[in-house]
Design a protein around this ligand. Structure first.
Ligand code: PGA
Length: 244
């Protein structure tokens, strides 16, 4: 495979210090053998500086799972982009469906987050995806379009989009490859035409594991994957990272 693939591990609110250290050390062993993958690990906030120190001099990069849309202020419990940057994060996941659902994040809020992330020269990994009802009613492209329209500024040189159908996250269900490609094609055309963004890095996320990974990642239109549950298991990650 010639294309470099982007693998984003979304650890969500999992792993303590001991578990994170063990997993990272095991991943580093794998990484030293392979090069056609860029692996970004996104731990929960308190683990970020700890994991950053463990990956020094390795090819793994670090990302955050969220950030606040203001630089600083009275926002109890939130995390600023300044400290995320200082903790060596090069990426921030934004707009994940769990944030949209549990924290009531709207497209408008997500757009403000995208703006502040970009202003600090960090790369947003923007998650978009439709619910099962929208898929069944065949309204999914409409929903995705609305998310793209509202969450992304115009004229960026590139953007990373993670297409994560909500019904596929943590369920073991995945869309057929043709369904993923239909969305990829739609997103790419929309962003080129309406947002004047020439380069779209398209990731798929939702129940990716070592069984379905090959089929998804082998496609030249898919630039990588955002992986939740399987990213916590070294056996899974070994298969995934050595495939690329
Ligand atoms: P999953 O999560 O791989 O466990 O489905 C993906 C995600 O939520 O990013």
């Amino acid at each position: 495979m010639s294309q470099v693939k982007l693998i984003v591990s979304n650890w969500k609110m999992n792993l303590n210090f001991v578990e994170a250290k063990k997993l990272i050390q095991q991943i580093i062993q794998i990484k030293s053998e392979k090069s056609k993958v860029k692996h970004i690990v996104c731990p929960q906030f308190l683990l970020i500086p700890f994991v950053s120190n463990l990956i020094i001099n390795n090819k793994i990069e670090i990302g955050a799972q969220d950030c606040h849309f203001k630089k600083k202020g009275a926002f109890t419990g939130d995390n600023s982009i300044e400290l995320i940057k200082k903790s060596k994060c090069k990426y921030v996941i934004v707009g994940h469906s769990e944030r949209r659902e549990y924290h009531k994040e709207t497209n408008e809020i997500i757009r403000q987050k995208v703006d502040i992330i970009i202003s600090e020269r960090i790369k947003p990994i923007l998650c978009i995806g439709e619910s099962v009802n929208h898929r069944k009613a065949r309204k999914y492209l409409q929903v995705l379009k609305e998310q793209l329209k509202k969450c992304i500024p115009e004229k960026l040189s590139e953007i990373i989009i993670a297409y994560e159908p909500i019904w596929a996250i943590g369920t073991g269900l995945t869309p057929r490859i043709e369904e993923i490609l239909e969305v990829q094609y739609f997103i790419k055309n929309f962003l080129i035409e309406y947002k004047k963004i020439p380069k779209i890095i398209f990731l798929y996320g939702g129940s990716v594991d070592s069984n379905n990974f090959n089929k998804i990642i082998n496609n030249s239109h898919i630039d990588g994957a955002l992986i939740g549950g399987a990213s916590l298991k070294i056996k899974e990650m070994k298969k995934i990272l050595t495939f690329c």
